[in-house]
Design a protein around this ligand. Structure first.
Ligand code: 4NP
Length: 154
């Protein structure tokens, strides 16, 4: 099984959005028995909470469910469990390295570095623009799935 973990600050806006979009893409390509997706927060602020209503409503527009999802915090042992660990912004990446006790790993990278944008995913918790975030996260997840298919020969 290939394991993918998306990480953001609160695990209620961007990384659950990425998790749900990625799972949807994986199901459409009939790869759900090969790739597992999860998400986590660098902070402890929203542990146990469901995705933000803005994320839930935006995904609902695209017929993607967030049923049963809840925020959890990144754990040091996650490093051994996952093949791809994707941060939404530069701060996430920095915090991931610290929390995971790593200094450099090819499996840790920023989502939009897989696209031509090469920038942080804007945080809709602050911008209020869940559509902009959805569009960018979708683009990033499509690029990520292509990378996984290429690297894992799926
Ligand atoms: P996220 O957004 O990292 O995309 O889940 C945020 C969620 C909550 C907070 C900040 C960002 N907060 O300050 O509580």
């Amino acid at each position: 099984m290939i394991r993918v973990l998306f990480v953001c600050l609160g695990n209620i806006c961007r990384s659950p959005m990425a998790e749900a979009i990625m799972r949807d893409l994986i199901e459409k390509e009939h790869l759900h028995d090969k790739i597992l997706v999860d998400s986590a927060a660098t902070s402890s602020w929203h542990i146990g909470e469901p995705p933000h209503s803005g994320t839930k409503d935006k995904l609902w527009e695209y017929s993607i469910s967030t049923e049963g999802m809840q925020s959890r915090q990144l754990q040091k042992h996650d490093f051994e469990q996952y093949d791809y660990m994707i941060g939404m912004d530069e701060n996430n990446i920095r915090n991931m390295y610290t929390m995971l006790g790593q200094s450099n790993s090819p499996k840790i990278f920023r989502l939009l570095d897989l696209t031509d944008h090469r920038k942080d995913v804007p945080d809709p918790y602050y911008t209020g623009d869940f559509q902009e975030t959805y569009n960018l996260v979708l683009e990033g997840c499509q690029a990520l799935l292509e990378k996984i298919k290429r690297e894992k020969k799926l």
